[in-house]
Write a protein that binds this ligand. Structure first.
Ligand code: ADP
Length: 294
């Protein structure tokens, strides 16, 4: 396992002790992921492996919501989801301790299994769009207050909060803010009517791992009940999904015609997320879609 050692041994020991209720003898630890928000640490103990996520966020419930999202997915898909052991906080650090996923190479039916597993998860439904609580996509809050209409939910709970935040943070001018808002009425006619579906919510290839058995594992979700095309559009944004995935999905849960034309509209949301997290380079993609809707 490459990577530097995580320098705070005491924190790791305490997090393990709090989570497992017993002393574990740690063989080694490695910092394996250092993102904008979280640090990810591999911990090898005498008889197990753990993944410890740590952050210093003021929003104390980010990991609690991530754990709840993993749990909800686990209940609704045959796909592998890492086991969560504990969510906690020591001093000014939040942590999430979960099962370490040992990586392997994809088995022959990897993509088909992934397509079927996602379709199955999307069949889990509720009467309205949203969730019983807010959660997060990366560090950004997602308001999941329930709504009956997908287009209303998409505009009011997904687009408007983020474009407003982007304007407030000086990432765009007032002119574009208003132009963006002028596309909202178009949303009424774009989406096919669908039941709310349980979404992963942050479905890019970096949030799918391949385990030792060669099967796909979902990590790092931002779940809610939404239009299922959101996940499939998001998957296309940065690529990395084989055609077999889409074919397998379509076979069990066919999409309404015209999905390809709707993809950029759904992806306004992840692009806004990227604009806020990573800066103005994501603005041109947003402008392009907005212009096509004027
Ligand atoms: P972040 O929320 O900071 O993006 P992720 O949950 O996406 O963190 O994890 C970051 C990286 O750490 C992943 O891309 C993956 O390589 C690795 N990782 C995440 N969860 C596990 C796990 N349970 N076991 C092993 N590696 C993991």
């Amino acid at each position: 396992m490459r990577g530097p050692m995580f320098d705070d041994q005491r924190f790791i020991e305490q997090a393990l002790y709090i989570s497992l209720g017993k002393e574990e003898s740690i063989v080694q630890n490695r910092l394996v992921a250092a993102g904008n928000i979280n640090q990810g640490i591999y911990i090898e103990t005498a008889d197990s492996g753990f993944f410890l996520k740590v952050n210093f966020e003021q929003n104390l419930d980010i990991f609690e919501k991530e754990a709840a999202g993993l749990e909800l997915m686990k209940e609704n898909t045959p796909l592998k989801i890492p086991e969560v052991y504990h969510v906690g906080r020591i001093a000014d650090r939040n942590f999430l301790l979960m099962e370490w996923i040992f990586s392997g190479s994809a088995k022959r039916s990897y993509w088909e299994e992934l397509g079927l597993g996602l379709a199955q998860m999307h069949m889990a439904t509720r009467p309205s769009f949203g969730l019983d609580t807010h959660n997060y996509i990366a560090s950004l809050v997602q308001d999941n207050a329930n709504q009956i209409s997908w287009s209303d939910f998409f505009v009011e709970k997904r687009l408007e909060p983020l474009i407003g935040k982007a304007y407030y943070e000086g990432l765009l001018d007032l002119d574009f803010y208003k132009t963006f808002q002028s596309i909202y009425p178009r949303m009424q006619e774009i989406f096919p009517k669908e039941k709310p579906a349980l979404l992963h919510g942050d479905l890019w290839s970096g949030n799918i791992m391949c385990n030792e058995m060669g099967s796909a594992v979902f990590i790092d979700p931002a779940v809610y009940f939404g239009h299922r095309e959101m996940d499939l559009a998001f998957a296309q944004l940065f690529g990395g999904f084989d055609d077999r995935f889409y074919r397998a999905y379509q076979e069990v849960f066919p999409l309404e015609p015209g999905f390809d034309l709707r993809v950029p509209v759904y992806n306004l949301y992840p692009l806004l997320v990227h604009l806020l997290l990573f800066g103005k380079s994501y603005l041109s993609g947003i402008r392009k879609t907005v212009n096509s809707l004027l």
